[in-house]
Design a protein around this ligand. Structure first.
Ligand SMILES: [Zn+2]
Length: 196
């Protein structure tokens, strides 16, 4: 089962999960599918980063406010002078659900960055923005935080929202908002790596 979700890195040959594969154009201009580790090693070499310690983090299970467990996977990617550490849940082998990102310096301790990311995940999991009663899901209070994704199933290009780690279609969210008819709202778009 797991093998279907893996592919060999075109550099080192190691069987790698899809989320850990980067499509990468090398100096020769050819695009190759390489693992995060090979990608980071190449970026470190090209950007002159000498002290980047590439750690493979084991998944971590965290509970949300309703006691439900969520398994987070991690990926650290070097982008020149910054390192981006991502946490995500998996659905069919692809990042989904709750996702979170922190940015740091490649020279800093990656474990420290991981600790920051986990703290942020805990805060994210501690709040529920939606309540479901029977088949009806509604906005719990007056603030909603989430992520804007892309709805592959839609004909037009419309967003798919991920709130409380759940995929919420644009039209379902519209229905939830209609409960506040006559009220005002304030929409703020926030960078992936900033805390919401
Ligand atoms: Zn590799």
């Amino acid at each position: 089962m797991m093998d279907e979700l893996m592919t060999p890195c075109e550099n080192c040959g190691e069987m790698t999960r899809y989320y850990d594969i980067v499509s990468y154009s090398g100096a020769d201009g050819n695009s190759r599918q390489v693992c995060t580790r090979c990608f980071n090693a190449d970026v470190a070499r090209l950007s002159g980063v000498e002290h980047f310690e590439d750690i493979r983090f084991e998944p971590v299970d965290l509970k949300d406010s309703a006691g439900e467990a969520h398994r987070f996977h991690f990926r650290a990617r070097l982008h020149g002078s910054i390192v981006v550490l991502d946490a995500f849940e998996l659905l069919d082998g692809h990042p989904s659900g709750y996702q979170c990102q922190v940015v740091g310096s490649p020279e800093q301790d990656l474990l420290g960055l991981l600790a920051r990311l986990i703290q942020r995940l805990r805060r994210l999991l501690s709040i529920r923005h939606l309540v479901t009663e029977g088949t009806k899901t509604e906005i719990a209070e007056q603030t909603v935080r989430g992520r804007i994704d892309w709805d592959e199933s839609a004909v037009e290009r419309i967003p798919l929202l991920v709130i409380d780690g759940r995929e919420i279609s644009w039209s379902d969210f519209g229905r939830m908002l209609s409960a506040f008819e006559g009220w005002q709202f304030k929409l703020e778009i926030i960078d992936r790596s900033d805390e919401i």
